[in-house]
Design a protein around this ligand. Structure first.
Ligand code: TRP
Length: 470
């Protein structure tokens, strides 16, 4: 599993040794050391702040079980096909976003590669700021516990020099790991961290089941409001969450797949990765809502997503006393791991593109890109309104544009995409593969175009709100 088979591509049979060194061309590119390394890295990218908080929050907001159903449907019919499309382009070209689009599609399609890198760059600037808050909460949870006034605590942590300082620390950790490369950095990191994350989330959910509020919490979380099942709003929210949560539309999966061997079974890995992501999100909700309900904090959940995570939940931990003192660090540690392994993938998108385009060393590329992102991130660290606008533009809008682009590209332009998907030799039913192409050609573009119209309005409103100061 550990190296590439020639299989018709120009890699010479002696390539494995060469592949171990980071290289700048397809022929000498690094490959994941193990199958688990690739899968866990992709799950690590997918599982992040989006799962641990945004998913439970949206579920409660948009009709409980109805949202979960729509989320799984979009995951199956839109998420997995697009992930497979990104995998196909990445492994075919064995190049990162920009080079991959140029190699597989020519200059016209390269714009999608640039879009990917831009989206990843922008998302990391503010994602790292939130991750910095999480870092602060995790450290505080471990070493001193939270003060009773968690609203003031959040105000202090999320503004001024504290927010900037922890954003810089978090970025330093991300840059350090990405500088070390695919195998020695990212793969080693996720193999240690992801199992720990799974254990933590499961343990938290089991513990939460024993709380007095657990049944009411589940009821609120999974309230079967079936009217919401047929609402366009719910569908748009579920789809947007699926893109963000599965790290689609910005080249994360494309870039990671450029380090995958030709034997890997891409459809199977895409399915495993997507359902693992959903599993963590779902279980995180089973942990969060009983805690919220045990302390009657549900009214606050509806008000603001961020406030509930950084204010209400810590308050519940304070009220839980000694147990809360034990649980809080575990919760924020899980959140921290999720954010960190997601950030690896965002920086890798930019770093790999810089390496491939400018043929400079990985260390220089990671350090350069990481520093620039860190500097730009000071703005959202100082001003949460800017953070919100960046999220609306990059986290919600650009991802959908990117996903639309890659679906059209693989559906209509890429030569023989099915050969790449089946290069591992495993037989996938031909009709399923043809179905996949038609999903990319018709279903996904129509669906995404509809969403795009809604999101464009939202992004525009956010920008206007910021400019007019309202
Ligand atoms: N999926 C991550 C989360 O749920 C966020 C993320 C990581 C991401 N890499 C990405 C989102 C690339 C979009 C693009 O928190």
């Amino acid at each position: 599993m550990s190296h590439s088979r020639p299989n018709g591509d120009p890699t010479p049979p002696s390539a494995p040794a060469a592949e171990r060194q980071a290289g700048t061309t397809g022929a000498t590119r690094e490959v994941w050391g193990t199958r688990a390394g690739f899968v866990l890295a992709a799950v690590g990218s997918a599982v992040g702040l989006g799962n641990m908080w945004r998913f439970p929050y949206l579920t409660a907001e948009y009709g409980g079980a109805a949202f979960v159903v729509l989320f799984v449907i979009t995951l199956l019919f839109v998420g997995i096909p697009i992930m497979l499309a990104e995998f196909t382009v990445g492994r075919r070209s064995r190049l990162s976003s920009i080079g991959a689009m140029r190699a597989a599609g020519g200059n016209r399609w390269t714009v999608i590669g640039y879009l990917f890198v831009t989206a990843a760059f922008l998302i990391l600037t503010y994602y790292s700021v939130i991750a910095g808050w999480v870092t602060r909460y995790a450290l505080m949870g471990i070493f001193q516990g939270f003060p009773a006034e968690t609203g003031e605590l959040f105000g202090a942590i999320s503004s001024g020099w504290q927010a900037v300082a922890f954003h810089i620390c978090f970025m330093a950790a991300v840059v350090g790991v990405v500088m070390m490369g695919i195998r020695r950095g990212i793969e080693r990191g996720v193999i240690i961290m992801m199992p720990l994350l799974f254990l933590l989330v499961i343990a938290l959910a089991i513990w939460a089941a024993t709380l007095p509020g657990s049944l009411a919490g589940y009821g609120f979380y999974l309230r079967p409001d079936m009217g919401a099942l047929f609402s366009l709003d719910t569908l748009t929210a579920a789809a947007g969450q699926a893109f963000f949560s599965l790290s689609l539309g910005s080249g994360a999966m494309l870039t990671y797949a450029s380090y995958v061997s030709k034997q890997a079974d891409l459809p199977r890995e895409a399915t495993i990765i997507s359902f693992s992501d959903f599993g963590v999100a779902f279980i995180a909700g089973l942990a969060v809502f009983p805690i919220i309900f045990a302390f009657g904090l549900q009214a606050e959940v509806g008000e603001s997503a961020v406030g509930a995570l950084f204010i209400s939940l810590p308050r519940a931990f304070v009220e839980l006393g000694a147990i809360g003192r034990l649980i809080a660090p575990l919760f924020f540690l899980a959140l921290f791991i999720g954010a960190l392994t997601s950030a690896f993938s965002m920086l890798e998108i930019v770093t790999a593109a810089v390496i491939d385009e400018w043929k400079i060393s990985r260390k220089a590329a990671a350090l350069g890109a990481g520093s620039l992102i860190t500097v730009c991130g000071i703005l959202p660290a100082m001003n949460t309104d800017i953070l919100g606008v960046l999220d609306a533009i990059a986290g919600e809008f650009l991802l959908v544009v990117g996903a639309l682009g890659i679906a059209l590209f693989v559906g209509w332009r890429l030569d023989n995409p099915l050969d790449e998907v089946t290069s591992g030799g495993r037989q996938v039913a031909g009709s399923l593969l043809k179905g996949w192409l038609w999903v990319l050609r018709i279903l996904v573009p129509v669906f995404l175009a509809a969403i795009l119209l809604t999101k464009a309005g939202d992004a525009w409103d956010a920008i206007r709100g910021l400019l007019l100061g309202s």
